[in-house]
Write a protein that binds this ligand. Structure first.
Ligand SMILES: Cc1cc2nc3c(=O)[nH]c(=O)nc-3n(C[C@H](O)[C@H](O)[C@H](O)COP(=O)(O)OP(=O)(O)OC[C@H]3O[C@@H](n4cnc5c(N)ncnc54)[C@H](O)[C@@H]3O)c2cc1C
Length: 533
């Protein structure tokens, strides 16, 4: 058994920035960070475009960033949360600069600011086209110097521990469900440990792996959301999955390489098979820089009309040297597959990219379960509403990890460890005999989510998806009961839960709003509501 005052699950921007603040505040207390694979293998590392923030009040304003976020969110943002994130954001960006993050600057020493879809000002700080990698580097270097932070790599958190593990019946209506820690699979020893914690933070990231085509790395399997749902906590707005309009199309390659929106911000133009710049038909004013949902649906429609698997991004007219300077990673990736951006069109298609909903939290990152906080992509704070504004997610992770820190930092004194938690009971399970049962379930799930619960939905497709999910759920639960747990088994189980939550909440939403587009209800309803399960 392990005991820790602060337990952090996740080593991306949300988990590491929280861990640093708590550890610096309490140099005498241990902070344990758990990560299921390598420490830097996170969605954070892959962020390209940058982080949005009002850092120059002469050329930009809080009001403008607030309005852009509210417009993208299509009526479902919590305006109070939006104001918090926009106004506290610049200070939090300063935190990561103080920890060593280098954002690109011009010859005068001012930040070079980019613009992405839905933003009405240049306000995106970036480090070339590898912003997330730079932030993760700086965070890990700073964490490395903080003696009271311990990072446990290749540890897979299986479940949250609550009163359920003390033998009580816990349901959605149980008041005061409490989190006492987690059960975790140490992949070095293959043993399941019990970790007792006074405060637990979930920073487990996204769930793009529920779809066949995604920009998210393999770790993005919605574990935190699924764990909270199993523990009877509240989950909201899962139907709002953002598809990035422009992932590089390479048949059979997963995850898909992202071509950041900033390329369109710098002048890249989308063209269909016939070579037409089609965005003008869908959003005459904003064209290629319309919000992502509009661009993704436009591409989906052009692909369906032409019967192609992709459209094209045209950068041939752009200054090649500037392109290489701003997007060296994209340039190299294209070159590596024989595409010279100055001469060739880049084939692109939409890919599952970001989960706007997740574990419901309040303005301090508290979940519906006591002593359990959540921030980053796994959380639903009210910022994104029905659609995330580009580059607002890294910002949200920083603002809310800080708020979780402020709210939780003094609390451990008053929280006792729950000593009577039993050890993990493996029951009569045996080693899995056939991996194919797990890998096939994953493939089936990804296919059905992409085919029936993608950019455009219908009632019939959602019904079909739910029927197949029921079967997959039944099969995976049987496997889970009978075999020893493995990360692969747990991930598929979690993804099936995530799929169920996306479909269920999509079925409840009898309208089209933001990222959720159902042809049976093409209009927006006058009833403005978040759907919570
Ligand atoms: C290709 C790409 C480009 C993007 N570009 C941008 C951008 O330009 N701007 C922007 O604002 N956002 C961008 N995003 C989104 C942004 O990167 C993410 O939303 C953000 O980094 C999420 O950070 P996080 O800390 O919440 O989670 P992550 O960084 O994903 O970290 C999750 C952590 O949780 C751990 N974990 C998960 N489950 C378990 C478990 N069961 N047990 C133990 N550990 C677990 C993982 O190991 C990992 O350490 C992009 C995302 C992608 C994929």
């Amino acid at each position: 058994m392990i005991k820790t005052d602060f337990l952090v699950i996740g080593s991306g921007i949300a988990g590491l920035s929280y861990a640093l603040k708590v550890a610096q505040h309490h140099p005498d207390k241990k902070v344990l960070v758990i990560t299921k694979t390598r420490v830097d293998e996170t969605n954070t590392k892959y962020a390209q475009g940058g982080i949005a923030g009002v850092t120059d009040l002469e050329t930009d304003s809080y009001e403008s960033h607030i309005q852009d976020t509210l417009i993208a969110g299509d009526g479902l943002c919590n305006p109070h949360t939006v104001e918090i994130v926009v106004k506290e954001g610049p200070e939090r960006i300063q935190d990561i600069i103080d920890w060593g993050t280098q954002f690109d600057k011009d010859s005068e020493g001012d930040f070079k600011k980019g613009k992405e879809g839905g933003h009405s000002a240049f306000r995106i700080l970036h480090h070339k086209d590898v912003t997330g990698k730079e932030i993760e580097r700086a965070l890990l270097e700073t964490v490395g110097k903080q003696k009271n932070i311990e990072i446990a790599k290749h540890w897979f958190v299986i479940d949250l521990i609550t009163q359920h593990h003390l033998g009580y019946l816990v349901t959605k209506s149980t008041p005061d469900i409490e989190c006492y820690g987690v059960y975790v699979l140490d992949q070095h020893s293959n043993k399941i440990e019990k970790i007792l914690s006074r405060i637990t933070l979930l920073a487990t990231g996204g769930n793009g792996q529920a779809y066949r085509t995604t920009t998210n790395p393999k770790i993005a399997t919605g574990d935190g959301v699924a764990m909270v749902y199993r523990a009877k906590g509240r989950i909201e707005n899962m139907e709002f999955i953002q598809f990035h309009p422009t992932a590089l199309f390479e048949a059979g390659v997963s995850p898909s390489f992202l071509i950041t929106e900033a390329v369109r911000g710098d002048g890249g133009i989308l063209r269909n098979k016939a070579g037409d710049a089609f965005m003008v038909k869908y959003d005459g004013a904003r064209k290629d820089l319309a919000p992502r949902d509009i661009v993704a649906r436009a591409i989906d429609s052009e692909m369906k009309k032409a019967g192609t698997e992709h459209v094209y991004l045209d950068c041939r007219h752009m200054d090649k040297d500037k392109f290489i300077e701003h997007f060296p990673n994209i340039y190299e990736k294209c070159r590596s597959i024989g595409i010279d951006i100055a001469e060739h069109l880049i084939p692109v298609a939409p890919a599952a990219h970001y989960s706007c909903g997740g574990i419901k939290t309040d303005e301090w990152g508290r979940t519906s379960i006591k002593n359990l906080y959540a921030c980053g992509e796994c959380a639903s704070t009210g910022l994104h509403g029905a659609n995330r504004l580009a580059s607002n997610s890294l910002l949200e992770a920083l603002v809310f990890s800080h708020r979780c820190y402020l709210d939780s930092v003094q609390r451990p004194e008053g929280i006792a460890f729950q000593e009577s938690i039993p050890d993990w009971n493996p029951g009569g399970t045996t080693e899995p005999k056939e991996m194919i049962l797990i890998t096939q379930s994953l493939k089936e799930l990804q296919l059905l989510m992409s085919d029936y619960v993608g950019i455009v939905r219908t009632n019939v497709r959602l019904q079909r998806a739910m029927k197949r999910l029921d079967l997959l759920h039944e099969e995976i639960e049987a496997l889970y009961e009978a075999t020893a747990v493995s990360p692969q088994l747990c991930e598929v189980r979690n993804l099936i839960t995530v799929g169920y939550l996306i479909v269920k909440e999509a079925q409840f939403r009898k309208e089209s709003r933001g990222l959720h587009f159902n042809t049976d209800y093409p209009e927006k309803s006058s009833l403005v509501q978040n759907i919570i399960l």
